[in-house]
Design a protein around this ligand. Structure first.
Ligand code: TYD
Ligand code: MG
Length: 503
């Protein structure tokens, strides 16, 4: 196939150059030229002769008043992984493009292979179906995906009807994928595997196979013939993802792109694709612990506040449907510098231990936080100084959310603050202690969303003392809070004094 011409286009102003230049000739930006495939000349000409060239073209027939367009509910196909479905908003949607990002080794390939296999089994009931999953077999999207696929030539007829699952691996050989499947206990799987990294060949296979769901593992290993830059470069990643997205939209095949999050900038990270795809999921968690979280960052087909929780086991990832207590470390006795936070992830409350260590610092004391925002930590220390008279200016302060969870909600403030004061005093908080609440710059403790649910979860798990913002304290007694003594506070100094009183 003849190569299309490539051009270098400025990503700031759109100016083009036939060669790479360090400085854009149009806007003068540095290092902004990226390799792109040149548009066919007709389109390029049209750009400059607005009206002239376009007037001759037939207008698109698709203009209709919004009121006349029927809002069709999207058909979702559950993936067989309850926790994955939860973040997807119920399952995969026809033509959906999902990007799954995460550190290497976190379990992206494992999860997707498990999900593809479950989907394939649900779709082909003739192949021995795993017990306990009857609902996926009659999911509305299951048949529709195949039916909506465009006619792909009679040779692909059977595949088109079935709309099977395709796993494209650019990182491993087919044998390695088979080894992983064996480890996962998957036998007799009908998932189609293609070890290929060239985009054009992948697209040809997709056209021939007409799968219902295709996984590209990973987008950073795929390259297009049309560009000379290396696989994994921004230009290649974008170009390949754009082609695959177009394919998904045209064919109804759901495409899942795997993207490694990279720290050294050698590979283009998944962030460059976020705007292109329908759904962005990030895998997070500490590779040293067995728990993994999947968080939806963007979802055109569902809510973004849900998380899925998995445990990595010897036989792959298993969903954790009741994760509220997994991020607590099991201290026999309360220890200084530890405070349990009730956080809310999507619709589920979770208890996470926040640990703090305050230590004598050097000339420039350090503030480090893992799992919590560092800027927020600096702010909390300032509030602590100004409004509670607790100075940490000459101390190193380290804060950590146990278990590799990342907490972004401000309701973590009060727990972080109380763990810091606990470490500073060298005194543990009482046994069975929980806290939540946002801390404001004026030293006030602000309410957290859905406080009652958080308190109910803490009571359910046997916690006995809670310090919460005044507005979150229940107005009337409820059996659900039994065993939990709830203390309402308005200000940071009040909370600290209250905790001292509990000693
Ligand atoms: P993998 O899915 O290959 O990660 P990614 O595709 O995100 O790079 O996960 C690999 C890790 O998971 C590896 O360290 C081994 C571990 N693992 C298990 O613990 N149990 C299993 O059943 C499998 C298949 C992998
Ligand atoms: Mg992988």
């Amino acid at each position: 196939m003849a190569k299309d011409k490539t051009l270098y286009t400025c990503n700031a102003c759109g100016a083009t150059s036939p060669r790479w230049l360090g400085k854009c000739p149009g806007c003068g930006a540095w290092n902004s030229l990226e390799e792109t495939v040149a548009e066919p000349t007709a389109a390029a000409g049209g750009k400059n002769r607005l009206g002239g060239a376009f007037a001759a073209l037939a207008p698109s027939a698709g203009v209709r008043p919004l009121a006349e367009i029927e809002a069709v509910d999207v058909a979702r196909t559950p993936t067989g992984q309850g926790e994955l479905d939860r973040v997807l908003g119920g399952g995969v949607v026809e033509g959906q493009v999902v990007l799954i990002g995460g550190d290497p080794g976190i379990g992206k390939s494992t999860l997707l292979l498990q999900a593809l296999d479950a989907l394939q089994r649900a779709q082909l009931p003739s192949v021995e179906a795993p017990p306990g999953r009857p609902k996926a077999a009659k999911a509305p999207g299951t048949g529709a995906a195949g039916a909506a696929a465009p006619p792909g030539g009679s040779a692909a007829g059977e595949a088109a009807e079935r709309g099977g699952m395709l796993y494209v691996t650019g990182e491993e050989s087919g044998a390695q994928v088979a080894l992983r499947a064996r480890r996962l206990g998957i036998t007799g799987s009908q998932v189609a595997v293609l070890a290929e990294i060239q985009l054009e060949r992948i697209l040809a296979t997709l056209a021939q196979q007409q799968p219902a769901v295709a996984v590209i593992d990973s987008i950073q290993t795929i390259y297009s013939d049309q560009l000379t830059s290396a696989p994994g470069s921004v230009a290649q990643v974008r170009e390949c993802a754009a082609h695959l997205t177009r394919w998904a939209k045209a064919s109804g095949c759901a495409v899942v792109l795997v993207g490694h999050v990279t720290k050294d900038g050698q590979l283009a990270g998944p962030r460059v694709l976020e705007h292109m795809v329908d759904t962005v999921l990030y895998f997070e968690g500490d590779t040293h612990s067995s728990f993994r979280l999947i968080r939806a960052i963007k979802n055109r087909f569902g809510a973004v506040n849900e998380i899925g929780v998995f445990a990595m086991t010897e036989r792959g990832l298993k969903g954790v449907s009741n994760p509220s207590a997994i991020f607590l470390s099991q201290h026999a006795q309360p220890v200084p510098g530890s405070c349990v936070l009730v956080t809310l992830e999507g619709t589920r409350p979770m208890l996470v231990e926040i640990q703090a260590l305050v230590d004598t610092g050097g000339p420039s004391p350090r503030r480090l936080s893992v799992g919590l925002e560092r800027d927020r930590l600096a702010m909390l220390l300032a509030v602590l100084h100004q409004h509670a008279g607790v100075a940490t200016g000459d101390q190193d302060v380290f804060v950590n959310a146990v278990g590799g969870v990342r907490i972004s909600e401000p309701a973590a403030d009060l727990a972080a603050l109380l763990s810091i004061t606990s470490s500073l005093r060298g005194k543990a908080l009482p046994k069975g202690f929980v806290a939540f609440g946002e801390v404001g710059l004026a030293g006030e403790v602000r309410p957290a969303p859905r406080g009652q649910e958080r308190l109910k979860e803490a009571a359910k798990l046997g916690f006995s003392v809670a310090v919460v913002p005044r507005a979150n304290a229940p107005k009337k007694t409820d059996k659900a809070f039994e065993g939990l003594s709830i203390h309402a506070v308005d200000r940071v100094d009040e909370a600290i004094a209250l905790v001292r009183g509990l000693d």
